[in-house]
Design a protein around this ligand. Structure first.
Ligand SMILES: *[C@@H]1O[C@H](CO)[C@@H](O)[C@H](O)[C@H]1NC(C)=O
Ligand SMILES: *[C@@H]1O[C@H](CO)[C@@H](O)[C@H](O)[C@H]1NC(C)=O
Ligand SMILES: *[C@@H]1O[C@H](CO)[C@@H](O)[C@H](O)[C@H]1NC(C)=O
Length: 383
């Protein structure tokens, strides 16, 4: 708009200047003359300024202007009108462009938000990439380890291949052995068939033997039953024998002193010694009060006597049966100790009596040590 206004002002000024020059005295002829001289190439010094001021086209326009200024003005007016239309159009375009710019501004603001978001995303992705890089580094280390392991495994595999080759050889060998064994087994099967036949035969034999055995068992059982009866009879006999034997359980043994110690004798007359410290008295045939043994049944009896004493006085005892002497035990020493013993087997009838006599003027000694003893027992009974 401003440009157009300026152009219009310029045109007005130009028209005024031209008017002024026309009014200033130069007539048409003078001007034509001047123009002609210019066309002839002879430039007089006073026209140099003019020639410098305008180009050849300008000179032509000049010529047109001079010829029809009003036409030019009309043209200009038309141009101005045209330009006004253009200006309106431009104004509309500018308004439109402003709208576009506003829209673009909105779009830019929006894009900035998007860019910010993208920047955040990128930052985040960078973190992820850093993590991934660390993971990749780690994986590389793992890969290195795996490579080493693979190398080891490859070595092992190579080794195993060798082993497998060896095993294959062994297997081939074993196959040969198996073939041999199969042959042996076939052979053995034949043997087994033969043995089976033999076994079948033997079974028949065994069956026959079993029958015979059963017959024999029956016989043996019968015999056993007979023997059992005999045994029962024998057992009954044993019970009787045991009862008899219990009657024959006769044995005794005793020493003189029941307690303390001391000398017995010497006495002016012979006495029967009473052995009061009883060790055993099975069957109660010995009487420790009287010192007399009475035979409960007829039999062979064994009697023994031992004595002990001190020197200075003789020690003499006899084993008497029913008032008769049988054996003597005797010792005599001037000093120190003395000792003697004797024994006898006697056949006694039921009621016969046996005892020990200390002779007159003799002395024996006894103590807790049981030096002086009298013993007797039944050897076996007699009918
Ligand atoms: C067993 O004893 C009874 C009667 O004493 C007698 O009949 C039987 O024959 C005896 N048995 C034998 C096997 O001696
Ligand atoms: C038994 O007496 C004799 C002498 O007659 C003597 O030599 C012996 O030592 C005595 N024995 C005991 C155990 O006293
Ligand atoms: C003598 O006999 C008594 C009674 O049986 C016994 O306690 C004691 O030990 C015996 N003495 C010896 C030395 O055997």
């Amino acid at each position: 708009m401003k440009g157009l206004v300026c152009l219009l002002l310029l045109l007005e000024t130009f028209v005024c200047v031209v008017q002024h020059q026309v009014d200033g005295g130069l007539n048409e002829n003078e001007i034509s003359q001047q123009l002609r001289s210019e066309d002839g190439g002879q430039n007089p010094p006073q026209t140099d300024t003019l020639r410098d001021e305008a180009s050849t086209d300008s000179q032509q326009n000049y010529h047109l202007c001079f010829t029809d200024i009003h036409a030019a003005l009309r043209e200009l007016t038309a141009t101005v009108t045209e330009q006004r239309v253009n200006i309106r159009e431009l104004t509309a375009t500018v308004t439109e462009q402003k709208t576009n710019i506003r829209e673009l501004t909105t779009t830019v603001t929006e894009q900035k938000g998007n860019i910010r978001e993208l920047t955040a995303t990128v930052t985040e992705q960078k973190g992820n990439i850093r993590e991934l890089t660390a993971t990749v580094t780690e994986q590389k280390a793992n890969n290195r380890e795996l490579t080493a392991n693979i190398r080891e495994l490859t070595a092992t595999v190579t080794e195993q291949k060798g082993n497998i080759r060896e095993l294959t050889a062994t297997v081939t060998e074993q196959k040969g052995n198996i073939r041999e064994l199969t042959a042996t087994v076939t052979e053995q099967k034949g043997n087994i068939r033969e043995l089976t036949a033999t076994v079948t035969e033997q079974k028949a034999n065994i069956r026959a033997l079993e029958t015979r055995l059963r017959e024999q068992q029956t016989f043996v059982l019968e015999e056993l039953n007979k023997k059992n009866e005999e045994m029962s009879n024998l057992t009954l006999g044993q019970v009787e024998l045991r009862k008899e034997n219990r009657d024959r359980e006769i044995a005794f043994s005793a020493s003189l002193m029941q307690s303390g110690s001391g000398e017995i004798g010497p006495f002016t007359a012979e006495i029967t010694l009473t052995y009061r410290n009883v060790f055993t008295n099975i069957g109660n045939a010995y009487n420790p009060i009287t010192g007399v043994f009475t035979a409960p049944l007829k039999g062979a009896y064994m009697f023994r006597v031992s004595l002990y004493g001190h020197g200075g006085t003789p020690a003499t005892v006899t084993i008497d049966k029913n008032g008769e002497r049988t054996v003597v035990a005797h010792d005599i020493q001037a000093q120190d100790r003395l000792n003697s013993s004797n024994g006898v087997v006697l056949i006694l009838e039921v009621g016969d009596v046996v005892y020990v006599r200390l002779w007159s003027g003799n002395r024996i000694f006894d103590s807790e040590n049981n030096h002086s003893t009298f013993s007797g027992f039944l050897l076996f009974p007699l009918r």
